[in-house]
Write a protein that binds this ligand. Structure first.
Ligand code: 13P
Ligand code: SF4
Length: 324
C-alpha cells in the first residue's frame, strides 16, 4: 500500500539518522523482514540474531521479534542502545517459567547442570549454566551428556523431550510449551501426506513429540529454510509459524510449501500458526520508536540490571563460543 511505502521510506531514513540496524526474526511480518534485508540488517533464527547484533557496529539495535531476543542483545552488547517496536511482545515459554519458581526447582536439584532455552527472561538465564537455542540444543546436550553431567532443562517440554531422545541424556524437564507449535497435530499432517505423499515434513522442535516423529527434518527456523532448499523434494509440509514462508519461498522458489494443520485449523481460523507476540511488531510501531528523540526516554528500550547482566552473560557466552 502507498501508506506502507511512505512508512518504509521514513524508517530507512531514520535507521541511518539514528545509526541503527534492524535485526528481525523470521516470524515477523514480511514487510519488516524485507526492510531488515534491504537496510543491511538481518533476518534470522534466534541464535543468528544474537550473533549478528553482538558483532554489528551500529550504536543502536532495533530488535523486531520478542522480548527475550531484545534482552539477549542487550546482555551481549551493553554499550548499545537496544530498542524494540514494542516491549509487550513476550513469549509463552518465557511467561511459563517465572524466575522464583525456576530458582526453587534448581535449588531442589543442586547436583544438576542447568540448561535453559533462549526463550527465557534475563533472570532465568542468570540462574543457568548454559543457554541454548533450538539450532544447537542437541549438540550442547550431547557434549554435556558425554561429560557425564545430569541436567535440568527449561522451559520447553517438547524441545526437551526431543533432545533427551536424541542424546539419551538424564534431563529433568520443566513443563512449558510454545502456544503456537503446541497446536500442530500429527493426524492433520498424516492426512495432508495422503494428498501429497511425496512431500517432506519439516518440523520445529517446539512441536509435540507425535509431530516431531513424522519429520524428515527437525530444526531451528534457519535450519528448516536450509532444508527446504537442499532436500530433493518438490513439496514441503512445514510445522512452524507461518511467518517463515516469506523467506522459505524466496529461498526455494520452485517448491510448493504447505502449512502443517493445527488443532484449530479450518474450524476456527484458516491459518492459526502465527505467534501473537511476533505479530505485535509492525511498521507503525517500528517507525514510532525510531522517531523519538534519542536524548529522551524511549519507552521501548531494553534495560538489564548490571549484576543480572553479568550473571546471564556467562551462559550466553558459553552458547556463542560452543563449537560442535
Ligand atoms: P528459532 O531459534 O528456531 O528461530 O526459534 C525461536 C522461536 O521463538 C521459535 O518459536
Ligand atoms: Fe515464543 Fe512460540 Fe512465539 Fe516463538 S512462536 S516467540 S516460542 S510463543
Amino acid at each position: 500500500a502507498a501508506g506502507d511505502a511512505a512508512l518504509i521510506a521514513e524508517i530507512k531514513q531514520l535507521l541511518i539518522k539514528r545509526d541503527a540496524v534492524l535485526v528481525a526474526h523470521y516470524y515477523c511480518d514480511d514487510a519488516i523482514q524485507q526492510l531488515a534485508e534491504d537496510t543491511g540488517g538481518c533476518v534470522a533464527d534466534s541464535l543468528e540474531m544474537a550473533r549478528f547484533g553482538a558483532r554489528h557496529d551500529a550504536s543502536t539495535l532495533i530488535v523486531a521479534g520478542v522480548r527475550f531476543m531484545g534482552e539477549t542483545s542487550k546482555i551481549l552488547s551493553p554499550e548499545k542502545r537496544v530498542l524494540m517496536p514494542t516491549l509487550e511482545a513476550t513469549c509463552s515459554l518465557d511467561l511459563g517459567c517465572p524466575e522464583d519458581e525456576f530458582a526453587a526447582f534448581c535449588d531442589a536439584h543442586p547436583d544438576r547442570t542447568v540448561v535453559v532455552y533462549a526463550n527465557t527472561s534475563a533472570a532465568v538465564k542468570a540462574r543457568a549454566d548454559w543457554v541454548v537455542t533450538s539450532s544447537i540444543a542437541v549438540d550442547v546436550i550431547e557434549h554435556l551428556h558425554a561429560k557425564g553431567e545430569k541436567l535440568i532443562w527449561a522451559p520447553d517440554k517438547h524441545l526437551g523431550a526431543y533432545v533427551q531422545k536424541q542424546t539419551g541424556a538424564d534431563m529433568l524437564l520443566w513443563d512449558g510449551a510454545c502456544i503456537v507449535h503446541d497446536e500442530f497435530r500429527a493426524q492433520g499432517i498424516t492426512d495432508l501426506l495422503k494428498v501429497h505423499p511425496d512431500a517432506a515434513v519439516l518440523v520445529h522442535p517446539e512441536s509435540p513429540q507425535s509431530v516431531v516423529e513424522l519429520a524428515d527434518v527437525v530444526g531451528s527456523t534457519s535450519q528448516l529454510i536450509k532444508a527446504a532448499v537442499e532436500l530433493p523434494h518438490e513439496q514441503m509440509i512445514v510445522a512452524t509459524d507461518r511467518g517463515i514462508f516469506f523467506k522459505m519461498q524466496q529461498a526455494a522458489p520452485g517448491k510448493q510449501l504447505f502449512e502443517a494443520p493445527t488443532a484449530g485449523n479450518g474450524a476456527t481460523c484458516k491459518s492459526c500458526a502465527h505467534c501473537p507476540w511476533m505479530a505485535m511488531n509492525g511498521l507503525e510501531n517500528l517507525a514510532a520508536v525510531l522517531r523519538r528523540d534519542p536524548a529522551e526516554a524511549n519507552g521501548e528500550e531494553i534495560f538489564v540490571d548490571d549484576s543480572l547482566r553479568e550473571r546471564a552473560l556467562k551462559p550466553l557466552t558459553r552458547m556463542l563460543e560452543f563449537n560442535r
